[in-house]
Design a protein around this ligand. Sequence first.
Ligand code: UD1
Ligand code: CA
Length: 460
Amino acid sequence: MIISIILAAGEGTRMKSKYSKVTQRLLNRPMVDYVLDASKKAGVEKNIMIVGRNKEMVMELFEGEDISYKEQKIGAEYPYGTGYAVSLAVDEIKDDDDVLILNGDIPLLSSYSIEKFINYHKENKNIGSILTAIIDDPTNYGRIIKNDEGQLIKIVEHKDANEEELKICEFNSGVYLFRGGDLKESLGMIKSDNEQGEMYITDIIGILSEAGKKIGTFLLDDVTEVYGINSKDQLSEAEEVLRARVNREYMKNGVFMENPSNIFIEPGVEIGIDTKIYSGAKILGKTIIGEDCIIDGASTIIDSVIEDEVVINRSVVEHSHISKNATIGPFAHLRPNADIGKNVHIGNFVEVKNAKMGENTKAGHLSYIGDADLGKDINIGCGSIFVNFDGKDKFRSTVKDGAFIGSNSNIIAPVVIEEDAFIAAGTSVTKNVDKGSLYITRAKEVKVADWVYIKNKKSK
Ligand code: UD1
Ligand code: CA
């Protein structure tokens, strides 16, 4: 059986963050999520994760996933290092298992490369294999040390390397495969007599090599796949690589993108062909977008379903459903549970929350539509407010097909406005309105000639 050990317990001090390094996000997904995903897609049957102070946070992230957790205690009284972290999983490893070790901070590695690496390891019947790559500036990476015959003999960490070793550009990616029995045996032999006083997993290579066991390197062509993320600048650099990779895939599948380096789409979002996404758009979560849509720049869409031919212009859409041919924005905000019907228009500075709007209904300007059920063909005049909250409780209102809500009206919930009713501008609706009737509340106007001049004791 192939099992994986994902190392995620490190302190991540170089990230300079209050939050765990492996939970820092790339395209809105925690980096360790990519690692787990790649491991599973590569066919690994059992995933073990080593967690530290971030235990709760990581377990919350992966709620419901089949992961076996091992807790690494962190503190001066405990050993530290990748070798120690791996040793915490020994009771899960059988002698004839193949153990894939993955650093939790290499989010760009594809399942395809892991599969190739596994094949290499198996075909060569290796006891130990390391995934390596070559980079111009290998600062901070462990160096791959080979003898004159090109045979791998050990890995030397950057901080422990001598001048000659520092010149080597082939580096350790932090991805290894070991035969279970040999791994367990060698883990007991790791020491911490190095510059950082840590137990390094990389020492296993030297130990196996000295014992004459078959070990080897598998060189990956694309070095970007094994970028290790230790700091915020590396996080941003990796996100750029990932963004390009993800966006290229959408474009290949028929999505138009303007300035894709400034379009942020979380992997897993679905987008139909001929949809146009403009510079500055952010599309996150479990979002599905249909065909022939236009998502103008500076729009953010989260966990929403957008049907075909929808136009969203500089707006925020969260946990909502937008039906075919609706137009949203500019500057609209659809908050959770906005259910927008076909051909609906939602215009400038309109906020919709937990409300249904039927086909052809329009709210063009400056409105709040919260906790309401609106039918078809309704016009919501500029500045109309659905007053849904009395300071303690929320209430719902209903507006039925064909009603007209004049500008600057307050619909004070709970009320029902029946079909074709006409609410005059400036009205506060506090009672139900009958079908086809006019409803108007307006104070009688008062006109006082020359009031201003009289008040200010000024002549006209
Ligand atoms: C490690 C490798 C280095 C390699 C590089 C690739 C070692 C000693 N060095 O260095 O050869 O080139 O990755 O990116 O392994 N972790 C734990 N417990 C610990 C320490 C770390 O779980 O006690 C986890 C971290 O959360 C992280 C991973 O192990 O996900 C790697 O640790 P990190 O400190 O980033 O190692 P590097 O110095 O990058
Ligand atoms: Ca690292």
